[in-house]
Design a protein around this ligand. Structure first.
Ligand code: RIB
Length: 311
């Protein structure tokens, strides 16, 4: 089983010609709502590629007692995610305000709401006992994420941590604590450089050097996702594995990183080596960019296999 401990949001999305600068107002024809939240996106991505197989996907999360919460819960259920550990709280369901420009790039502000009252106690030991991979991100309380990661490691569960969005931590010790309970760290180029800066290994704009330093200094496999350049895995022995991304014309890149993480978690849980697991995750992430909304373009197992076969 894959267990995702993380965020659920409703995404309110406006398409714009270009993203507003501070102090500026830009117009959009309309706003659309989509299911989102890094945790929920990763759960849906993992569930879709697990579909038809023996792997189950469960989500541990918090939502509000409101229409957004009800709709998000239903969406997860419809995607085959076990929602038994999702708690309904007095806080509003998380909401993300997203603008997407003509090139598919986005800017996101998250109003966390219920995500910030998620607690380590929400993860039942019974669920952890069935898990092989635990997936975490940075949109719920970090102290609670650290606690569940430590519990997972003690139970022999692999911890996959997506360091997004970059939190406002400045201390090396905070990063060291997180990496001490992480088997696989997934970051994009900016997040890799941000971590390298915090831990005192500034790498200029060389994200591969940053990833290699993070892995060598702290021990986890460090995967850096690099958009159209694919993804790179670095291990403490200095080895590097590259997976390519196929060229696409993106409609909306929102959730591409989450698709990568969810499908990677599935590959690891199925026992794939890191290279093939990343190839599959890159292909799924590319496909996810062809449709508007974080989750709409995430492929089902069969579509992903067909795509990989054709390529
Ligand atoms: O990674 C994309 C996600 O980030 C969006 O769905 C939004 O909810 C924010 O959490």
């Amino acid at each position: 089983m894959i267990v995702i401990f993380g965020s659920i949001n409703m995404d309110l999305v406006a398409r714009v010609q270009r993203i507003a600068r501070p102090g500026e107002t830009v117009l959009s024809r309309r706003a659309d709502s989509f299911f989102g939240g890094k945790g929920a996106n990763q759960a849906v991505a993992a569930a879709r590629v697990s579909h038809g197989g023996p792997l189950r996907v469960a989500m541990v999360a918090a939502i509000g007692n409101d229409p957004f919460g009800t709709a998000c819960l239903k969406n997860l259920e419809e995607n085959g995610v076990d929602v038994s550990a999702i708690r309904v709280t007095d806080e509003p369901t998380g909401c993300a305000f997203i603008t997407v420009d003509e090139t598919g790039e986005n800017a996101i502000t998250v109003a966390s709401g219920a995500n910030m009252v998620l607690s380590a106690a929400d993860l039942p030991q019974s669920l952890l006992a069935e898990a092989t991979v635990l997936v975490l991100q940075m949109e719920v309380p970090i102290a609670d994420s650290l606690e569940v990661a430590a519990r997972a490691r003690r139970a022999g569960v692999k911890v996959l941590w997506n360091f997004a969005p970059v939190p406002a931590v400045k201390e090396r010790s905070a990063i060291a604590e997180l990496l001490a309970v992480t088997d696989v760290l997934v970051v994009n180029e900016h997040e890799a450089l941000a971590i390298a800066n915090i831990v005192g290994e500034p790498s200029g704009d060389d994200y591969l050097k940053a990833g290699a330093e993070i892995s060598r200094s702290f021990g986890p496999t460090c995967i850096v996702t690099a958009g159209s350049r694919g993804a790179y895995a670095m291990t403490p022995d200095g080895a590097q594995t590259h997976a390519t991304a196929r060229p696409i014309l993106p409609v909306d890149t929102t959730g591409a990183g989450d698709t990568f993480v969810g499908v990677l978690a599935n590959g690891i849980a199925e026992g794939l080596e890191i290279g093939p697991a990343m190839e599959r995750a890159c292909a799924a992430a590319s496909l996810s960019c062809l449709t508007a909304g974080a989750q709409a373009g995430m492929p089902q197992r069969k579509a992903l296999e067909q795509h990989l076969h054709q390529a």
